[in-house]
Structure formats: structure tokens, C-alpha cells
Ligand binder design. Structure first.
Ligand code: PMP
Ligand code: GLU
Length: 397
């Protein structure tokens, strides 16, 4: 008899990946779908990084790798953290994994006991809550809507903390909202957390370089919490390397050791070739990062101006990542004559089936009432997608 574990039964599938798959299936059937669902750069990996991977094969980097990653890569990551973030880590504090996704999951599984609480500001990326569930922890959401630029206040954070809080998970620039916490906003959160020395701060900084504020701030900059921050970052977004699957955790030694132990039993070290490519990404020329950032910023401006013309959508002015998260609830209860839009799930399905634009239901990000659009695609796709969305919304009455 089929008998799936309760652990997996309780887990929701990744909505971002599911929607992207659905859109690809429709495309394969010949439907002209514009996919704004999955969040990944549409650029190719820069040539010097690809060359490093080719050289790695020829130089026989083909054996098992050390569980936390090659020492040379971990040194390059420490150098990156010093150079770009002004924080000091030793190579022993770095664990390289199969994408930032595994780094996050390693950290959560290593720290959370059943019943421990993890505070997650919402809207939040789809996988956080499911990872906490896997660890049998309890997610405590802290909602921040479009009216507060999707950013929680220090007072909200403090209110969410209980004696059971073990971790606070922060993501800036944010997926799915594009919001970026300023230095002062992070300072305010850090001064709350300074009062709770047992809470670990997991800082997801994967969108560090896709930032339009001109300045990236990390909560690890604040000495009052510095020794309790676990940073997660990687190469997927900044270097257009989603398929290479390299992310890292930079954490207090005791956390890094626990993640190393878990990974040693679970997946071992990540791909030798991808690690060599990642080393070239961190150590090589950085102009490619800025070129892609500028392209995303231009597209942000385009998407904001086009969506701004659609009545009934409420948007923020995203300052990072490549997502925008419009509130669509003013359309709830309306119909195109064939179906009624009751919620954001209906809206995402309506846009997919009628406008042939794939988005993601905000409910997957703990924010029903919104939908997420990724603008990591060409200007032409953005223009056409928004034109279709506007027409589909105009047909609702
Ligand atoms: N964190 C956030 C907020 C993300 O959007 C992503 C992208 N899926 C990840 C982590 C994981 O990135 P990856 O596993 O590709 O390094
Ligand atoms: N970060 C991307 C997204 O949110 C990739 C898909 C995923 O891993 O969820 O769409």
C-alpha cells in the first residue's frame, strides 16, 4: 500500500516551481504563455565562470569534494564577505551547499527542535515555512502589507517573540516583495534582538546584488547581534547561476559544524565543477554583476510604470530582487461572465488561462490577496505580459 510519511504529507509543494512547470506544459502544448512565475535571471552565466568550470573538468576536479566545500572556495567566500560586507569569517565557518535553499534548510534542521518557534515576516518566500515544518518547528508569521512597504517594524518583531522563539528569518532584498530594509530599519530590528541572546538570526541575502538603493545592508553589521547571525547567500541570482546549485552558509562555528554534520550524512559536498565555477564567480571580475543589476533596474522601472496604469492594483516601489507583488483584492467578487475571482489563487489561474501569463498566488507566500510577478525577462515580454494582464482585468466586472 502507498504510505507516504506524515512529514511529506504535511508539506506543500513549491508553488513557484509548480506554476513554472504548469506554464512550461502549456507552452509545450503550443500555448503562447509568458512565464513571470519562477524567479531566475534570464541571462547566461558569464563566460569567465563557464571557462573555470571547463578547466575544472580538464584538471580532474572530479572526485568527492570536502563536505563543507573546497577550502579554496571557502577562502574566496571569506574574502567576499570581508570585501563586500565588512564581516570576518574563517573558512571553518563556511558550509557550501547545493544552492542557498539547502543552506537554509541545513540551518533550520540543525537548530530547530519540535515546538521551537521561528519568526518569519510575511510575505515570505515559499520554502521557509515548509522547511520549518520539516524540522517540526512552529512558524510565527509577522504580516506586513503593501501599506508598510512589506517591512516589519521593531515593535511588530518584539511582539512576535516568545520564550519559545529560537530563530528569526529575515530576507532583504525580499522575495516576493522586492523590499529592502535600510540600515536604520535593520538597526531597529537588531536592537530588539539584542535583548534576546538565545535567538539566532538567519539572514537570507541571496538578492544582495540585485539592489537599486545603491547600498546593501546586512543585519550582521550590528555588533550587538553579530555573533548570532547566520548568513545565507550564493551564486544563483548575482551571477545568473541557478542551475549550478551553489549556495553557502556563513555562521558561528558551532552552527557551521552542525550543518556540516547534517550535510555529511545527507548529500555530501556539492558538485566539484560547480564549486570551481563559483570560486571564479566570487574571485573574478565583478562587472557582470553590475551589468545584470542595471538591466533588472531598468525592467523594474518599466514594470512599475506599466502596472501603475492599471486601475485597482496596489503596488509598492520595489528596491531590489526582480519581483513585484501587486495587491489584487479589489477584483475579488468580480467575474468575466464565465468565472468569478474569489481569491488570489483564482486570479493567478485566471491570468494563466485567459491572459496566458504565469504568475504566482500570493497565498503561497503567506499573503493571500496578492500575486507575484517576476520581471527577470525581456522588456518585450514585460510589455506584452502587462498588456495582457490589463486586458484580462478590464474584462472583470
Ligand atoms: N532564498 C530566496 C529568497 C530565493 O528566492 C531563492 C531562489 N529560489 C533561494 C533562497 C534559493 O536559491 P538557490 O537555491 O538557487 O541558491
Ligand atoms: N527563487 C525562485 C522563486 O522564488 C526560484 C524557485 C524556487 O526555488 O522557489 O521563484
Amino acid at each position: 500500500m502507498d504510505s507516504i510519511s506524515n512529514r511529506i504529507l504535511a508539506m506543500a509543494p513549491s508553488a513557484t516551481l509548480a506554476m513554472s512547470q504548469k506554464s512550461n506544459e502549456l507552452k509545450a502544448q503550443g500555448v503562447d504563455v509568458i512565464n513571470l512565475s519562477v524567479g531566475e535571471p534570464d541571462f547566461h552565466t558569464p563566460d569567465h565562470i563557464k571557462e573555470a568550470a571547463k578547466a575544472a573538468i580538464d584538471e580532474n576536479f572530479t572526485f568527492y569534494t570536502p563536505v563543507p566545500g573546497y577550502l579554496s572556495l571557502r577562502k574566496a567566500i571569506c574574502e567576499k564577505l570581508r570585501r563586500e560586507n565588512g564581516v570576518d569569517f574563517a573558512p571553518e565557518q563556511i558550509v557550501v551547499s547545493n544552492g542557498a535553499k539547502q543552506s537554509l534548510c541545513n540551518c533550520i534542521l540543525s537548530l530547530i527542535n519540535p515546538g521551537d518557534e521561528v519568526v518569519i515576516p510575511t510575505p515570505a518566500w515559499v520554502s521557509y515555512v515548509e522547511m520549518v515544518k520539516l524540522a517540526e518547528g512552529i512558524t510565527v508569521t509577522v504580516p506586513a502589507g503593501v501599506e508598510q512597504d512589506f517591512k516589519i517594524t521593531a515593535a511588530q518583531l518584539e511582539e512576535a517573540i516568545t520564550p519559545k522563539t529560537r530563530m528569526v528569518l529575515l530576507c532583504s532584498p525580499s522575495n516576493p516583495t522586492g523590499s529592502v530594509y535600510s540600515r536604520e530599519e535593520l538597526r531597529a530590528l537588531a536592537s530588539v534582538l539584542a535583548k534576546y541572546p538565545d535567538i539566532i538570526i538567519l539572514a537570507d541575502e541571496i538578492y544582495e546584488h540585485i539592489n537599486y538603493t545603491g547600498e546593501f545592508n546586512s543585519i550582521s553589521q550590528f555588533p550587538e547581534v553579530r555573533d548570532r547571525v547566520a548568513i545565507v547567500n550564493g551564486v544563483s541570482k548575482a551571477y545568473a547561476m541557478t542551475g549550478w546549485r551553489i549556495g553557502f552558509l556563513a555562521a558561528p562555528l558551532w552552527i557551521a559544524k552542525a550543518c556540516n554534520k547534517l550535510q555529511g550524512q545527507y548529500t555530501s559536498g556539492s558538485s566539484s565543477i560547480a564549486q570551481k565555477a563559483a570560486e571564479a564567480a566570487f574571485s573574478g571580475p565583478q562587472e557582470c554583476v553590475e551589468t545584470m543589476r542595471q538591466a533588472f533596474e531598468r525592467r523594474r522601472d518599466l514594470v512599475v510604470s506599466l502596472l501603475g496604469e492599471i486601475p485597482g492594483l496596489r503596488i509598492n516601489h520595489p528596491e531590489g530582487a526582480f519581483y513585484i507583488f501587486p495587491e489584487v483584492s479589489s477584483y475579488f467578487g468580480k467575474t468575466d461572465g464565465k468565472r468569478t475571482i474569489a481569491n488570489s489563487s483564482d486570479m493567478a489561474m485566471y491570468l494563466l488561462e485567459e491572459a496566458h501569463v504565469a504568475t504566482v498566488d500570493g497565498a503561497a507566500f503567506c499573503a493571500p490577496g496578492y500575486i507575484r510577478l517576476s520581471y527577470a525577462t525581456s522588456d518585450d515580454n514585460i510589455r506584452e505580459a502587462v498588456r495582457r494582464i490589463a486586458a484580462a482585468l478590464a474584462a472583470l466586472h
